[in-house]
Design a protein around this ligand. Structure first.
Ligand SMILES: [Zn+2]
Length: 123
């Protein structure tokens, strides 16, 4: 069984970049230089060139669902569960706006195994 990858939501790219010591300024500079040199200059190219896992934006984890607490109960939805036609946005609309508090459920990235670094680059 293969998981539909696009049901998993990546943390924001800047989170993973900061975790590995890269600033947004560095990324912009690298991309500008690459572009001027006529080389691949996408954000994905930056991740790959620096040995970082683009699948999870180098965070090592991806968002697989949300859990929330409202006055009545604690609930959760696993976005990976088969047959759940939910997105974070739709859950926000319906549930999270009234929740006392809520948080994402994270799962380890299947590509890098939670390191944020591409397997071929790991020591
Ligand atoms: Zn990863």
């Amino acid at each position: 069984m293969t998981e539909p990858k696009n049901t998993m939501i990546r943390p924001h790219a800047s989170t993973g970049l900061m975790k590995h010591g890269y600033g947004i300024g560095q990324v912009k500079q690298w991309r500008t230089e690459q572009s001027r040199a006529g080389k691949p200059s996408s954000l994905e190219d930056f991740f790959r060139a620096h040995g970082l896992c683009f699948n999870c934006h180098a965070v090592g984890q991806k968002i697989s669902g949300v859990k929330w607490q409202d006055p009545a109960a604690v609930s959760s939805i696993e976005l990976l569960a088969p047959g759940v036609p939910e997105s974070i946005a739709s859950i926000h609309q319906r549930e999270l706006k009234d929740a006392v508090r809520w948080d994402y459920i994270y799962t380890n990235c299947e590509v890098c195994g939670g390191t944020g670094v591409l397997p071929s680059q790991a020591r």
